[in-house]
Design a protein around this ligand. Structure first.
Ligand SMILES: CC(=O)N[C@@H](CC(=O)O)C(=O)O
Ligand SMILES: [Zn+2]
Length: 332
């Protein structure tokens, strides 16, 4: 029999792995003291709009020890009109170009708004920026309760998502990783050090569904609990998080005039996060012809038939599964 010491020698690993990890491999972050919850980035996504308005009136539910949590309606004019946006999509407006443009009344409303939001909650990429921003969205797709992660290297967010997934089990909470050289976009939440999107569906635009509303509320509760524990000095050990990384944007089949000539196939409709294999039905033309997926391997479609994406020429997005490693984290 080998002693445990002998085993360590055999595999050439230090005997005090645990102690070493906690003293040398822990990433330290400052306290997550300033947190914002954005609703109404899209004015017709009613769960976020309603929750944020509720919390502006009474913030007790989102208060946590040592955390300043600010609920905020990001696009009030779109909320008033119950439309996605007024001039241009606010959740694409936080580009360096927009944020550094000379301000003025002639700019599109959402670009003016992006500049104001960047002043209040950023500046984007600076040490003064808010620590965490949750941005609340609804989708017409059957995505359930999805967390949107913008960077695979954000260990704080990975740890938070790991915590939320565990807290919500056996219900699932998929993580969509939007890190992609071409498909990534400049979100409202991106002004924070740790941006988190929360996308819950299915819910039609302009409609409130109690199940969707309550599951969004529950994820927010766990997220704020995580921040409180972190600020209290709890160390979170290394972990892994299964994510779906955005891979390819798929448009509807169109004629030469750009008109749509097929719908999402019934076998694919509502099957967000389920495997789509080469040869599987993808679209159905108006005369009943099936158009099949012809990619190289298995993908996991999501945002299937999202209403807001018709104007973006997107029927769904394909993703690939990946496991990310998160290092231990602790407050400095
Ligand atoms: C349906 C919808 O609005 N989805 C969001 C996703 C996100 O926040 O990253 C968007 O397109 O901005
Ligand atoms: Zn949205």
């Amino acid at each position: 029999m080998l002693s445990s010491e002998g085993l360590y020698q055999l595999f050439n690993i230090p005997a005090f792995t645990t102690a070493m990890t906690s003293s040398t491999n822990v990433s330290c972050f400052h306290e997550a003291r300033r947190v914002a919850i954005f609703g109404g980035t899209h004015g017709n996504e009613m769960s976020g709009v309603t929750l944020v308005n509720l919390w502006i009136q009474n913030g007790k539910e989102i208060q946590r020890k040592g955390v300043e949590t600010k609920p905020f309606i990001t696009n009030p004019r779109a909320v008033e009109k119950c439309t996605r946006y007024v001039d241009t999509d606010l959740n694409r407006a936080f580009t360096t170009e927009n944020l550094s443009a000379p301000s003025g009344d002639d700019l599109p409303y959402e670009v003016q708004r992006a500049q104001q939001i960047n002043e209040t909650f950023g500046p984007k990429g600076s040490p003064e920026a808010y620590d965490v921003i949750f941005d609340l969205h609804n989708t017409t797709s059957n995505m359930g309760c999805t967390l949107i992660l913008e960077s695979s290297k954000d260990h704080f967010n990975l740890q938070m998502m790991h915590y939320i997934k565990k807290a919500i089990a056996p219900d699932s909470c998929p993580v969509l990783l939007t890190e992609h050289p071409l498909l990534k976009y400049s979100t409202s939440r991106s002004v924070a050090k740790h941006p988190i999107g929360l996308e819950v569906g299915p819910q039609p635009q302009g409609v409130l569904r109690s199940n969707i509303f309550e599951s969004m509320r529950l994820v927010l509760k766990h997220a704020l609990d995580f921040i409180e524990l972190f600020n209290e000095g709890l160390e979170f050990p290394p972990c892994t998080v299964d994510v779906f990384r955005v891979s390819e944007k798929m448009d509807y089949p169109r004629d030469t005039n750009g008109n749509i000539i097929a719908m999402v196939h019934p076998n694919l409709q509502d099957c967000d996060w389920e495997p789509l294999n080469p040869g599987d039905p993808m679209f159905q033309t108006f005369d009943g012809t099936t158009i099949r997926y012809e990619g190289a391997g298995t993908v996991y479609p999501t945002f299937i038939n999202e209403a807001a994406y018709y104007e973006k020429q997107q029927a769904f997005v394909t993703t690939r599964r990946e496991t990310l490693a998160a290092g231990a984290i602790k407050k400095t």
